[in-house]
Design a protein around this ligand. Sequence first.
Ligand code: MN
Length: 300
Amino acid sequence: MEILSPRDVPLGGVRAMSVRRTLPQRQRTFVGAWCFLDHYGPDEVDAQGGMVVPPHPHTGLQTASWLFSGEIEHRDSAGHHAFVRPGELNLMTAGRGISHSEYSTPGTTVLHGAQLWLALPDDARHVDPGFEHFTPDPVTGDGWEARVFLGSLLGSTSPVRTYSPLLGAEIRLDAGTVLHVPVDPAYEHGVLLDSGALTIGDEALKAHELGYLAPGDDALEIVAAEDSLLLLLGGPPFGEQIVMWWNFIGRDHDEVAGYRAQWQHLLDEGADERFSLPDDDPLPALPAPALPNARMVLRG
Ligand code: MN
């Protein structure tokens, strides 16, 4: 198992929270199509600031929001206004272009969860923007409980459509539980441990680490040394190279620079052929940072 340790990244804004980022890293861009893993909390919103992310754009990806506690209000330029709550998947498809905002709600005292990005494969990355909501029924066994929000695991299958084969699930384990998890041997997997302590095979994983497992195994043997909460992510190796910069995914420098110019065009002129803004947002949209001096490079 390859262990990826998080780095702390401020989410932006005055008094705003910071997140633990385990993907992308220098040595790894993908786990399947999963290409961006931000994990946060439990944060006391009064002390650490809540989530205050004004309208900003995305292209070429889907965002999956998954909470353990708290509530986030979502607005997007495709007309969706939704509340993200624990145990409920909110999957936003950016496709050819969307903008959205995310604010923790006034009633939220503790915010705890993850925001994950999925790269869209080349044949799907220009689809129309969209938004889906799904609440999986938990599946349980002796000392464990799982919520499968994308793909199939442990006898539970999510109906949410994806553009490449994917797995996403929350698993809770009581201390001492040994869980045998049959998996697709064509998939690579990532185990993001929120809390507790585990071994997978004979290798230990600590809280906040991402354990990467290459394809080839038809089962994972997870042993919980403590009460543990994890996200299990997977998919076949993505097999395409991407350029990721700010909130955009594209296929080369010029394409991403073009997305940036179109977003700035919207902010400067009030209209753009690719991007628009969510209705009734309480805060002004975020301008894009300056482009890097060097040309952006393909990863993956
Ligand atoms: Mn976003």
